[in-house]
Design a protein around this ligand. Structure first.
Ligand SMILES: *[C@@H]1O[C@H](CO)[C@@H](O)[C@H](O)[C@H]1NC(C)=O
Ligand SMILES: *[C@@H]1O[C@H](CO)[C@@H](O)[C@H](O)[C@H]1NC(C)=O
Ligand SMILES: *[C@@H]1O[C@H](CO)[C@@H](O)[C@H](O)[C@H]1NC(C)=O
Ligand SMILES: *[C@@H]1O[C@H](CO)[C@@H](O)[C@H](O)[C@H]1NC(C)=O
Ligand SMILES: *[C@@H]1O[C@H](CO)[C@@H](O)[C@H](O)[C@H]1NC(C)=O
Ligand SMILES: *[C@@H]1O[C@H](CO)[C@@H](O)[C@H](O)[C@H]1NC(C)=O
Ligand SMILES: *[C@@H]1O[C@H](CO)[C@@H](O)[C@H](O)[C@H]1NC(C)=O
Ligand SMILES: *[C@@H]1O[C@H](CO)[C@@H](O)[C@H](O)[C@H]1NC(C)=O
Ligand SMILES: *[C@@H]1O[C@H](CO)[C@@H](O)[C@H](O)[C@H]1NC(C)=O
Ligand SMILES: *[C@@H]1O[C@H](CO)[C@@H](O)[C@H](O)[C@H]1NC(C)=O
Length: 681
C-alpha cells in the first residue's frame, strides 16, 4: 500500500527527511563514540562448558546445597591464590561482588563460609588442578563422621561421632545458598584464567585494573526450598494444576539382591540360617555427575561381584548343599547409603513388613565389604564388629583363609573403642542389635581414603592401574580378599568336599576397569549388548523414579555371575519364558535368573502415612528440581560507562520522539499525496 506513496513524495518532503536523517546519524555517531570501547564488548556472553553444579537437597528439617537467583548471579572474576587475594575478595577489592575461582587446596570450609558470610561473593568456581591432585592431599565434603545421625549410636554415645573421615569438612551438608560450580574442562579453565589475567588481575598485585572487567554469570536456580515436607506439600498443590510440575523428588533407586542357592518361596527360612554378603552401590559428591567413588563403594562392589562369580561357578555351586544349619547365601547391593542408609533401611523395613523372602531373624552372619582398596605391602584388611555381636567363629575363619593367599586380615581390637564404622550393617543392628556382623575395610580407625565420597575418589587416588600384575596391586589384593571370603563362606556352608577357589585376578581387574575407567568395556558391552559411554558411570543414587545405569548394569553382572546357564534353547524361546521362569538372554546365552531380584530403594519415610519428618528415624532426603545450569563470562563496562550508554540511549529516544512529532506536524507537506493515495488503496 504505502509503497506506491513513497515513490510519489514531493521534493520538499525529501529535503526535510534528509536533514533529519543527517542529524540523526550525527547524534548516533557522537553518542556511540562516548562508549565505543565498551560497546564492542558489552554483554557478549561466552559460555563455559565442562562444568558440574552443586545443587539443592532437602531433608525433614533442613535444606542443603547451592542455588543461584532465578536470573543467575553476576560478579567480577577473581582467582584465590594466597592470603592477599583472599583479602582482596573479602574486603580490599573495590569492585564487589566477586565470583571467586579457586583450586581444591583452597576449597576449605573456612574459606567457603567466609565467602558466604561476607556478602561480597556471589559464587564460586572450583578449578581442577593441572596434573593429578598433586597439591591436594585430601578432599572430602562429607562429614567427618559420615551418617552419624542414621546409625546405631545416638548423641549420648561417645561413638556417635568418631572421626572416621578426618578430611571431611561437611560442606556437602551445609546450606550454601550461592552457586558453586566445578570446572573440570582444562580448556575452559584456561579461558577463565585468561579472562582474569587480562582484565582483572590487580596490577603489581595491589592496584585494581580499570574498567572494563571480566565478569561471570552463574545460573543454577532451584525450585525447591525449606525442607522435604514443605516441598512435597508444594508439589502436591502444583500437581492439581495441569502443566505445573513438582519441585522435588525423593532420593532412591533399586537394591539388588540374589540368592546363591535355589529357594522354594513357599518355604520360610529357619532363624539364623542365612549368610548375607553386602556392599553399597552408591557414592556422593558435592557436584552433579561426578562421583567416581572408587574406594568409597566400587572397591566393595567389585569384591562382592567377584565372590558371586566364585560361588556361582557351576563346579563350586553344585558342591554347596545347604545341608547344615546355614541354608543359603544372599548377596545384597544397597543403594542410597550415602544419604542416611536409604537402601539398607528399606530392606530391613521390607523384612519387617514380610515383603522379603526372609526375616531379619533368619540372618546368621552379615558380611559387608566396605572400602577395600589396598595397594601397599604393609597394609592389611580390618574386621570390625559391634560390641554386642562379636564372634571369633567368623573372624577366625577369615584369618585362616586369608593366610592361604598371604593376605593380612586383622580383627580390630579393642572393639569398644570406636564401634562399628559407618556401614549398611548399622541399619540391621538398629533392628537386631545381637546380629553377628562384620565390616571388612582397609582402615582400622581413620579412613585410609582421603577423598571419601568426593569427586577425587577415583582410580588415580586409589592407585589403580589397569593390567597391573604387581604383587601388591589393588586388583591382586582385592582378588585375594574375594577368594578369602568365598572360601570362608564355602566352609560356613559346611560343604562335605574340599572345595576351594583361587583368586580371579582377571575378573577383578576387568571389573575395576569397567567401573573406574570406561563403561564401554567388554563385560558391560557383552551383557548389555550395546556400546556404553567411555567414562565410568556416576555412582550418585539420583531420584527414585529413574534407575541409574550404575544399578542396572550391576544387576546384569549379578545375573551373569549367579544365573544358571540354560542349555539348548533359542533366543526366542528364552524370551518367551522370561515371565514364567525368570529366563533372560544375554551375551548370546540364556540364563535362569529367577533368584536375582531388585526392590525399590526408597526411604520408608515416604511410604508411611503421618511420618514424623523431624524424627530422624529414616532418611528424608529429596532433590530439588532445576531448569538449567549455565556459566558464562563477559566483559563488564564500568557503572559510569553503563550509565552514559543508558543516558545517551534515552536522549536518542527522546530526540527521535521529537523528530517523529515534528514529522507528524509537517506530515501534510511531506506525505501530502501519498496519504490520499494510501487511503484509496
Ligand atoms: C602446586 O604446587 C606446586 C609446588 O608447590 C606449585 O608450583 C603449583 O603452582 C601448585 N599448583 C596449584 C594449582 O596450586
Ligand atoms: C541412646 O542410646 C542408649 C543405648 O542404646 C539409650 O539407653 C538412650 O536412651 C539413648 N538416648 C537417646 C537420647 O535416645
Ligand atoms: C515347594 O514347597 C512346597 C511345600 O513344601 C511343595 O509342595 C512344592 O512342590 C515345592 N516346590 C518346588 C518347586 O519344589
Ligand atoms: C526366631 O527369632 C524370633 C526373633 O528373635 C523369635 O521371636 C522366634 O521365636 C524365633 N523362632 C524360633 C522358631 O525360634
Ligand atoms: C522379587 O521380590 C519380590 C519381593 O520379595 C517378589 O514379590 C517378586 O516376586 C520377586 N521377583 C522375582 C522374579 O523373584
Ligand atoms: C517372618 O516372621 C514372622 C513372624 O515371626 C512369620 O509370620 C513370617 O512368616 C516370617 N516371614 C518369612 C519370610 O520368613
Ligand atoms: C560372553 O561370551 C563370550 C563367548 O562365549 C565369553 O568369552 C565371554 O566371557 C562372555 N562374557 C561375559 C561377561 O560373560
Ligand atoms: C566402545 O567399544 C567399541 C568396541 O568394543 C568401539 O567400537 C567403540 O568405538 C567404543 N566407543 C564408543 C564411544 O562406543
Ligand atoms: C543339547 O543338545 C545336544 C545336541 O542336540 C545334546 O547332545 C545335549 O545332550 C543337549 N543338552 C541338554 C542339557 O539337553
Ligand atoms: C537434616 O540435615 C541437617 C544438616 O545436615 C541435619 O542437621 C539435620 O539433623 C537433618 N534432619 C533430619 C531430620 O535428618
Amino acid at each position: 500500500m504505502g509503497v506506491t506513496g513513497t515513490s510519489h513524495r514531493g521534493l520538499h518532503g525529501h529535503h526535510v527527511i534528509w536533514s533529519f536523517i543527517k542529524l540523526l546519524l550525527l547524534i548516533l555517531i557522537s553518542s556511540s563514540s562516548l562508549s565505543l570501547a565498551d560497546r564492542t564488548f558489552t554483554k557478549v556472553y561466552e559460555p563455559i562448558s565442562g562444568i558440574n553444579a552443586c545443587f539443592k537437597r532437602l531433608n525433614g528439617t533442613h535444606e542443603i546445597g547451592c542455588r543461584s537467583s532465578s536470573k543467575g548471579d553476576v560478579g567480577i572474576l577473581h582467582l584465590i591464590e594466597d592470603k592477599h587475594s583472599l583479602d582482596w575478595v573479602l574486603k580490599d577489592g573495590p569492585n564487589a561482588p566477586y565470583i571467586t575461582m579457586l583450586y581444591p587446596v583452597d576449597f576449605t570450609r573456612e574459606n567457603i563460609m567466609q565467602f558466604r558470610d561476607s556478602g561480597r561473593v556471589t559464587g564460586v568456581l572450583l578449578l581442577k588442578e593441572k596434573g593429578i591432585n598433586t597439591n591436594t592431599t585430601s578432599f572430602s565434603t562429607d562429614s567427618s563422621c559420615p551418617n552419624q545421625n542414621s546409625g546405631i549410636y545416638n548423641t549420648s554415645s561417645s561413638k556417635h561421632c568418631q572421626s572416621w573421615n578426618p578430611a571431611g569438612n561437611s560442606l556437602l551438608w551445609e546450606n550454601l545458598n550461592f552457586p558453586i560450580f566445578y570446572v573440570h574442562s582444562e580448556s575452559e579453565t584456561e579461558k577463565l584464567l585468561k579472562c582474569f589475567d587480562n582484565f582483572n588481575r590487580p596490577k603489581n598485585g595491589i592496584t585494581s585494573q580499570g574498567w572494563p572487567l571480566c565478569a561471570t554469570q552463574l545460573r543454577s536456580f532451584m525450585l525447591a526450598a525449606v525442607d522435604t515436607p514443605t516441598c512435597l506439600r508444594r508439589s502436591s498443590v502444583f500437581n492439581m494444576n495441569p502443566g505445573a510440575g513438582k519441585v522435588c523428588d525423593p532420593l532412591g533407586d533399586q537394591n539388588i539382591w540374589a540368592s546363591l542357592l535355589p529357594h522354594n518361596s513357599s518355604e520360610s527360612y529357619p532363624n539364623n540360617s542365612i549368610i548375607v554378603i553386602a556392599a553399597r552401590l552408591d557414592g556422593a559428591s558435592l557436584f552433579d555427575e561426578v562421583s567416581p567413588s572408587a574406594d568409597s563403594s566400587i572397591s566393595g562392589i567389585v569384591t562382592v561381584l567377584s565372590i558371586m562369580k566364585h560361588l556361582g561357578e557351576a563346579s563350586v555351586r553344585e558342591q554347596l548343599g545347604g545341608e547344615g544349619p546355614i541354608k543359603n547365601v544372599y548377596f545384597m547391593l544397597f543403594n542410597g547409603e550415602a544419604f542416611g542408609y536409604i537402601g539398607s533401611s528399606r530392606i530391613v523395613f521390607d523384612m519387617a513388613q514380610n515383603n522379603f523372602p526372609f526375616n531379619i531373624s533368619s540372618i546368621r552372619y552379615f558380611i559387608e565389604v566396605n572400602q577395600a582398596a589396598v595397594s601397599s605391602p604393609a597394609a592389611s584388611y580390618f574386621l570390625h564388629q559391634s560390641e554386642l555381636s562379636q564372634s571369633r567363629e567368623l573372624t577366625d575363619i577369615f584369618e585362616k583363609h586369608g593366610k592361604a593367599f598371604n593376605l593380612k586380615v586383622k580383627v580390630v581390637t579393642p572393639q569398644n573403642e570406636w564401634g562399628v564404622p559407618p556401614s549398611s550393617l548399622q541399619s540391621f543392628l538398629k533392628e537386631r542389635p545381637d546380629l553377628t556382623g562384620v565390616v571388612l575395610t582397609n582402615h582400622k580407625q581413620e579412613y585410609k581414603n582421603k577423598f571419601y565420597n568426593e569427586m577425587f575418589d577415583d582410580k588415580e587416588t586409589m592407585g589403580y592401574v589397569y593390567g597391573d600384575r604387581n604383587v601388591y596391586s589393588v586388583q591382586r589384593n582385592m582378588a585375594a580378599l574375594a577368594a578369602t571370603l568365598a572360601n570362608s563362606v564355602i566352609e560356613l556352608l559346611s560343604s562335605p568336599s574340599e572345595v576351594k577357589v583361587e583368586p580371579d585376578l582377571e575378573t577383578v581387574d576387568e571389573l575395576l576397569h569397567c567401573y573406574l575407567e570406561s563403561a564401554n568395556c567388554s563385560i558391560f558391552v557383552e551383557l548389555t549388548g550395546m556400546k556404553q559411554i567411555e567414562q565410568p558411570y556416576a555412582t550418585y543414587v539420583g531420584v527414585a523414579m529413574h534407575l541409574t545405569s550404575m544399578s542396572q548394569v550391576s544387576k546384569l553382572v549379578t545375573s551373569r555371575y549367579l544365573g544358571y546357564l540354560v542349555d539348548n534353547i533359542t533366543e526366542d524361546e528364552c524370551w518367551k519364558l522370561q515371565k514364567d521362569k525368570g529366563y533372560y538372554w544375554m551375551n548370546e546365552s540364556c540364563y535362569d535368573i529367577s533368584h536375582v531380584n531388585s526392590t525399590e530403594a526408597k526411604s520408608p519415610a515416604f511410604l508411611l502415612d503421618g511420618y514424623d519428618w523431624s524424627s530422624g528415624k529414616y532418611s528424608t532426603w529429596t532433590e530439588s528440581i532445576w531448569q538449567s545450569f549455565t556459566v558464562r563470562i563477559f566483559i563488564k563496562p564500568s557503572l559510569v560507562h553503563e550509565i552514559i550508554t543508558l543516558v545517551s540511549g534515552i536522549l536518542m529516544l527522546v530526540f527521535s520522539m521529537l523528530v517523529v512529532r515534528k514529522v507528524n506536524e509537517k506530515a501534510d507537506i511531506i506525505f501530502q499525496r501519498s496519504r490520499t493515495e494510501a487511503l484509496v488503496c
